[in-house]
Design a protein around this ligand. Structure first.
Ligand code: GDP
Ligand code: IMO
Ligand code: MG
Length: 430
């Protein structure tokens, strides 16, 4: 008989940047294994401890806990340059090397993926571009699914790398020269650094599926850290304005090799309002000075690209959809403090289109860009809440806002963020 499982999955519930990094870090003292399973260096997960800020793009946000195991699963697209930069920075601060395991099956983001990401965006032009992070994510996943990708294990074997890259680069150069009128990439320019990346990655490579299987069966506390969020999901998000991976709960299984019945709990991270970076529909976006105030108060500038985030109000139908998709058991509500002093707090409860009112999240992107949100306004609060340590210390209207969300989504709010630091968190039974 194996021990009782203790596997938590944490996912973003909106369009990303909900504060997943902070929540992972905050829960971290109790975690044995931290895992990233999809996406790549498009993520920007911020952790602030004792005033020190660290932004993780590729590595799990538990990397600051000495001695714990961090895993990069097979579903990830791994940019070796970013991997070496990020590990280099951490290890320079004295982190222990043995703590990191990389799946041999993770796909490698190659320089031509980043180049094609940018060229494709330029070609799409205004009105059609996605507003990607330029990190090569889409082109790398395309190669994975068209079976023209390079996996970490391919980088480690110099003969296989030479053989596969010869064929793959030939195909890429056709696209680069004929479609985009750019100079072809020279084989050695790509092969030589890739071989070195393979050598640098080799010591970390491990059978991460088997390792996680064992850890789960032994009852170790595993925290699976989703990147991006449900509304950016390749299948269930606002396509084509999405990222190229399965960002909702289901992605955790393909991305690690763990099974659905391994999961103990799904934690959905919900920001107390809504933000979005990049293009695509955003029904509750606020174009007035209130939106600007949210951006200023919340410091809403991208952790990866520095772009100003589009800001707006909580969207209940969108969140209900997200809770359903993820099978969320609990909510970590972040950035409640940002709503302090905002006056009335708007919450979207329904949409209207052509005189018809409805409360479900529309399935097609065109409708999504045409609907008008129907708002309810809840009373706000002015007292500073950044030092509140318990739910009871929050002003009555802040408590009421939290209870409103619980009741609208039918999921308990177990954690409340009242500031960016690890300690500025109210635990309500997480
Ligand atoms: P992630 O991508 O979901 O990890 O989120 P990001 O790190 O991209 O963006 C969240 C931002 O909000 C970061 O700057 C965090 O430091 C900050 N943050 C997280 N939780 C809170 C909170 O409860 N209150 C405040 N004021 N800031 C927070
Ligand atoms: P975290 O994990 C917010 C957005 C991009 C763009 C779209 C596609 O920090 O929440 P991509 O480069 O993935 O092909 O871009 O997805 N996007 C994110 N937005 N947070 C993220 O990650 C994001 N990762 C990608 O802005 O609209
Ligand atoms: Mg982010």
């Amino acid at each position: 008989m194996s021990a009782k499982k203790n596997v938590d999955l944490l996912v973003g519930a909106q369009w990303g940047d909900e504060g997943k990094g902070k929540v992972v870090d905050m829960l971290g003292s109790d975690v044995d294994v931290f895992v990233r399973f999809q996406g790549g260096a498009n993520a920007g997960h911020t952790v602030i401890t004792d005033g020190q800020k660290t932004v993780f793009h590729l590595l799990p946000s538990g990397m600051l806990y000495p001695g714990k195991l961090c895993v990069l699963g097979n579903g990830l697209v791994l940019d070796p340059e970013q991997f070496l930069a990020e590990t280099g920075e951490l290890f320079a601060k004295g982190q222990d090397r043995a703590r990191l395991a990389v799946s041999p099956h993770a796909h490698v983001v190659m320089p031509y993926h980043k180049m094609l990401d940018k060229l494709q965006e330029e070609a799409r032009g205004k009105g059609r571009k996605i507003g990607t992070t330029g990190r090569g994510i889409g082109p790398c996943y395309v190669d994975k699914y068209s079976r023209s990708g390079l996996r970490v294990e391919d980088l480690i074997d110099a003969d296989i790398l030479r053989e596969r890259l010869t064929y793959i680069l030939d195909e890429k150069n056709q696209i680069i020269t004929r479609l985009y009128n750019q100079k072809p990439l020279a084989f050695d320019e790509i092969y030589e650094p890739a071989r070195k990346w393979g050598e640098a990655l080799a010591p970390y490579v491990d059978d991460t599926r088997a390792l996680l299987r064992r850890a789960a069966d032994e009852g170790k506390h595993i925290l699976l850290e989703g990147a991006q969020a449900a509304l950016l999901d390749i299948d269930h998000g606002t396509y084509p304005y999405v990222t190229s991976s399965s960002t909702s709960a289901a992605g955790a299984f393909t991305g690690t090799g763990l099974a659905p019945n391994d999961l103990t709990r799904v934690i959905a991270v919900v920001k107390a309002y809504t933000t979005r970076v990049g293009e695509g529909p955003f029904p509750t976006e606020d174009f007035t000075e209130m939106g600007e105030k949210l951006r200023a108060n919340g410091g809403e500038f991208g952790a990866t690209t520095g772009r100003p985030r589009r800001c707006g109000w909580l969207d209940v139908p969108a969140l209900r959809y997200s809770m359903e998709l993820n099978g969320a058991n609990v909510i970590a509500l972040t950035k409640l403090d940002v709503l302090t002093g905002m006056g009335g707090i708007k919450v979207c409860t329904a949409y209207e289109k052509d005189g018809t009112r409805f409360t479900s999240w529309p399935t097609d992107t065109r409708t999504l860009s045409e609907i008008q949100p129907v708002y309810e306004t809840l009373p706000g609060w002015d007292d500073d809440i950044t030092n509140c340590k318990s739910f009871d210390e929050l002003p009555a209207n802040a408590q009421a806002y939290v209870k409103y969300i619980e009741s609208a989504l039918n999921v308990p709010v177990a954690l409340i963020g009242v500031g960016a630091d690890r300690n500025q968190t109210i635990n309500r039974g997480m």
